[in-house]
Design a binder for this molecule. Sequence first.
Ligand SMILES: C[S@@+](CC[C@H](N)C(=O)[O-])C[C@H]1O[C@@H](n2cnc3c(N)ncnc32)[C@H](O)[C@@H]1O
Length: 292
Amino acid sequence: MSKIGGIVSKTTKATLLFLWGRSLRLATEPPFRLFVKGIIKAFPTSIRTKANWDAVDRPHYLVGVLGAADEAAREEISEISVIEFGVAGGNGLLALEKYAAAVEGETGVRIAVYGFDNGGGLPKLLADHRDHPDQWRAGDFPMDEKLLRKRLSTRTTLLIGDVKETVPKFVQQTQSPPVGFVAVDLDLYSSTKDALQIFLLSGKRMLRRVVMYFDDVHLFYNHRFAGELLAIEEFNGSNDQVKIDHWRGISNSRVFPESFWVQNMYVAHDIESITKVNLNRPARNRGTLLSS
Ligand SMILES: C[S@@+](CC[C@H](N)C(=O)[O-])C[C@H]1O[C@@H](n2cnc3c(N)ncnc32)[C@H](O)[C@@H]1O
């Protein structure tokens, strides 16, 4: 190739690369992003791409499972548990199971799925405002256990009973891998409070950072003196081992940072275990000073 030919081909390559970068950027901006999301949803793409684009029915579950697998990889843990507290008909658990299989395929981290529910719908509410008697009544959201069990794969274990009893049994009597993601959808303050004991009971197994999704924290009737928000506040006040806080920075790199569920994502930080970490790597360097 002549010298001039070489220069032209290099310029064309650089221009094409520039245009490709610009198109990718444009794709994530309104009004194009809704169109691109439709394409990503309809066509086979990596599960990470689908998660970034909210291109599944329950992005909060997929982002939770993926976040858990990534954290497991950082901690060099090869197998985790993901949990749904409050299963009802089972649509959430089936979605969780599907995403777990896809994330396992993409990351290589093995994922066991657990669903906790008493099977008969909401239990008896407390006698005051904390369980939101203005929203819920005992018996809401019963499960067709037989039908659901038929549809679940061997990846998933359904634990039937009140979480007050099934959570201690799960922690103390099963050999489940460390918890990486928890979706909390028990509706009641009292039930949520009991479920959160999964992080405090002796024998607990959890990643240093567990991704969490709380279903009932973003609506007009929610406040921090009842429901899940009160359960989180009391949990944090009751112990120094694990603290639950918003997932900071989650919206930074999302295509749809305004999606409702983004504000429902939390992280349970295992303060006790983080305290014991001793980084075994060379000191970081922020670069040398630029000459003046
Ligand atoms: C809103 S539904 C769950 C819906 C489900 N996550 C979904 O997305 O399809 C709430 C469920 O929590 C369960 N639940 C509430 N308190 C419970 C408790 N103390 N123990 C076990 N299950 C409980 C109820 O049986 C009910 O099925």
